[in-house]
Design a protein around this ligand. Structure first.
Ligand SMILES: NC(=O)c1ccc[n+]([C@@H]2O[C@H](COP(=O)([O-])OP(=O)(O)OC[C@H]3O[C@@H](n4cnc5c(N)ncnc54)[C@H](OP(=O)(O)O)[C@@H]3O)[C@@H](O)[C@H]2O)c1
Length: 325
């Protein structure tokens, strides 16, 4: 089978090679999936470069322990291990495999049966592969942790990115007034997709402009926990999905202490992979939310696409079709 491989950390176009490797065989609790479509995520950009360095604690200190990146897929089950009960050969499936392993940038993968769920018939392989990671992050941040409710005043920092634009769609389902913060060149696009107000983070520090919000979703935490408190209404919630490590540690540490003395909340999302995917697919089939797809591209394009992702040039989810003939 064809796969995208790397043997050492470095820039994607230098270290990633497209190679023929042996097709894997499923262990007892695994399924063999013929991958139809896969994606590129933040994890791939970090995994291939081995940066930030703390990633190497998981992925290998000097050189990578895993050689095929990729963590989202849609495809068809082609073989099953002896103990597999939830899936059978021929089932179309999709999912975020990161809780069980990486390696979706290839034509086949063997992965635990729980890493994927059945694909709805009315959504394509390209659509379903683009859903698991970003949609679940947005949903868990705004709904499970943020408890978003009707008509709230919401701010999304990094609003023009993958999770931010989905967060906007979710907030609009609750008729919220949404402010998006991002770089100046994205603000027109953000207005066109429905943000009520937009701010350029290079011009305005949203924690210092006197506005207060019921709910803040942060995709790029880079300030102190106390500055976010300033921007929250008296029972407001600040929820972050990622950002600068030192700022995240501050939010984690001070968030716990602040919650003892104040009704304001500061929390970090720890992603539960594939949670509520049925609900998300329902929203998409009912045209209440939509997938923005950049592509589809082929496996041969992956080295340049991971670089393109890292430079923030993608518009929506980068989707790779494993068989583009
Ligand atoms: N919590 C979890 O379990 C978990 C799991 C996986 C991933 N994550 C996190 O999820 C995040 C990925 O989110 P995403 O896919 O939405 O990223 P994304 O598509 O890269 O979007 C981030 C957006 O923020 C903008 N931005 C950059 N610096 C900013 C700043 N200082 N202030 C405001 N906006 C800024 C970016 O603009 P430019 O493109 O111009 O830079 C981009 O539009 C990462 O932080 C990752 O670590 C969290």
């Amino acid at each position: 089978m064809k796969a995208v491989l790397f043997e050492k950390y470095g820039l994607p176009e230098k270290v990633l090679k497209i190679k023929e490797v042996a097709k894997p065989t499923p262990k007892d609790d695994e399924v063999l999936i013929k991958i139809e479509a896969t994606t590129i995520n933040d994890y791939d950009w970090s995994l291939v470069r081995g940066k930030p360095y703390f990633y190497r604690l998981m992925f290998g200190m000097v050189k990578p322990k895993r050689h095929i990146p990729g963590m989202e897929l849609s495809g068809v089950v082609e073989g099953i291990g002896a103990n597999v009960r939830s899936l059978k050969e021929g089932d179309a499936v999709f999912g975020d495999t990161s809780a069980y392993g990486f390696g979706t940038l290839a034509e086949y993968i063997c992965i635990h049966e729980k890493a994927v769920i059945k694909k709805p018939d009315d959504l394509s392989f390209e659509e379903t592969t683009s859903i698991p990671h970003a949609f679940t992050l947005a949903l868990q941040a705004l709904k499970d942790i943020g408890n978003i409710s009707e008509g709230q005043k919401v701010l999304i920092n990094g609003g023009g990115g993958g999770v931010g634009t989905l967060g906007l769609q979710l907030a609009k389902l609750h008729n919220c007034q949404v402010t998006g913060v991002d770089s100046g060149e994205k603000l027109e696009m953000m207005k066109s997709i429905g943000f009520d107000f937009v701010l350029d983070y290079k011009q305005i520090n949203f924690t210092k402009n006197g506005e207060e919000y019921d709910l803040i979703l942060d995709c790029k935490t880079n300030k102190s926990a106390f500055s976010y408190l300033r921007s929250l209404k008296s029972k407001g919630k600040y929820v972050t999905i990622g950002g600068k490590l030192s700022s995240l540690i501050g939010v984690l540490f001070w968030g716990k202490i602040i919650s003892v003395f104040s009704p304001k909340k500061l929390q970090i999302v720890s992603l539960k992979a594939n949670k509520d995917l049925d609900y998300i697919c329902e929203l998409i089939t009912q045209n209440k939310m939509k997938c923005e797809i950049d592509g589809p591209y082929s496996l041969e394009d992956v080295p340049r696409l991971i670089q393109y992702f890292g430079e923030g040039k993608h518009k929506g989810k980068i989707v790779i079709k494993t068989n583009t003939q």
